[in-house]
Design a protein around this ligand. Structure first.
Ligand code: SF4
Length: 345
């Protein structure tokens, strides 16, 4: 059986016309039912001839991830624990921002990178998610907001569970599907892919022209990066930055480097100086995030005054820096806190 939400437009076209011998004009209609209207069953495709619907049912499945648990934070952040068809659990987060929502998407069940500050990393890697599962999160998130009469979903960030560039083919296919104006219709500037960075996948992604990823740097030197994110640091920090220097940018684009401030580890002014030496001459901006300690903290939260001092130092050296407000800490929905554990939800 074909998982219909894992087909991109061309694959759907081939499936309908070759496999099902259906007329070509039905492809766009079926695509719109799947992605624009987000129906959960072939029977809901009311303008599709019954014969073709029966044919679809005999050769394909249409699954949305099943909602297991929903938690809402006092700041309005919504964390949804989803059950995939094989029983695997993943989390997605809806974050309210200026009258709209941003959804944080997972791309893998667990993660192989084992970054020392991240709960997902502690789970280890189980498997890659399919396009149906990755974009299924968007269908579920959008439907949930609609059902609750909340603000619309406007932006997507690939910053949930897993390392997107280690599921590259599916990521690229998902980005193309997201861009399709007859489907979910998310233009590239409304999508951010966040990655620890790997040279070859970055080159492929750059050539695709689909997105400019944000790089999770988190340390100003190779040595410190190797301590806090040992697997990611197998890609040398200087090679990583050179790869981003070569990344094809559109006229007003700049590379975003994410920097998670860990209390007493990478948050001193000395670290800020090292970061300036590394990035000062580059076309970039820095997104600072304060570590969320959670229940079993591995590190300390940075002192809020230190976070501000770090940011100011970067500005003084003419590096654009912003502090990302951490949302959903009370429901463990903030950066580094996702682990898809039912006991936790
Ligand atoms: Fe994986 Fe990202 Fe967590 Fe690192 S921070 S372990 S890459 S999910």
């Amino acid at each position: 059986m074909i998982d219909i939400l894992s087909l991109d437009y061309e694959e759907l076209e081939k499936f309908i016309s070759v496999e099902l011998k259906g007329p070509k004009f039905r492809v766009k209609q079926i695509w719109q039912w799947l992605w624009q209207k987000g129906v959960g069953s072939f029977d809901d495709m009311t303008n599709i001839a019954k014969g073709l619907r029966e044919n679809l049912k005999s050769k394909a499945v249409l699954h949305h991830p099943e909602v297991d648990t929903v938690q809402t934070s006092k700041d309005g952040t919504i964390k949804i624990l989803l059950r995939l068809t094989d029983g695997a659990l993943v989390e997605t987060v809806l974050i309210p921002m200026e009258g709209r929502y941003t959804q944080c998407l997972s791309t893998q069940v667990g993660c192989a990178m084992g970054c020392t500050f991240c709960n997902t990393g502690l789970m280890g890697f189980e498997r890659n998610m399919t396009m149906s599962e990755i974009l299924g999160q968007v269908l579920v998130g959008r439907a949930y907001l609609h059902k609750k009469n909340l603000n619309p979903l406007k932006n997507l960030v690939f910053m949930g569970m897993g390392e997107p560039l280690l599921n590259l083919d599916v990521l690229i296919k998902s980005l193309k599907t997201l861009n399709n104006p007859d489907g979910l219709s998310f233009v590239p500037r409304r999508i951010t892919v966040s990655s620890v960075g790997f040279i070859k996948p970055l080159e492929i992604l750059g050539e695709s022209g689909l997105t400019l990823p944000a790089i999770s740097l988190h340390a100003p030197t190779q040595e410190l990066r190797a301590k806090i994110m040992p697997k990611a640091a197998q890609t040398d920090i200087h090679e990583l930055l050179s790869a981003m220097d070569r990344y094809p940018l559109k006229p007003r684009e700049r590379v975003t480097y994410e920097y998670l401030l860990l209390g007493g580890v990478n948050d001193s002014i000395e670290h800020a100086k090292q970061l300036v030496r590394l990035l000062g001459h580059r076309k970039c901006k820095v997104n600072l995030i304060a570590y969320n300690p959670g229940d079993k903290p591995v590190y300390k939260a940075p002192d809020p005054a230190q976070v501000l001092a770090f940011e100011k130092y970067l500005w003084d050296k003419e590096i654009t820096a912003t502090i990302r407000r951490s949302m959903g800490q009370d429901i463990k929905a903030a950066c580094g806190q996702l682990k898809a554990d039912r006991k936790d939800s």
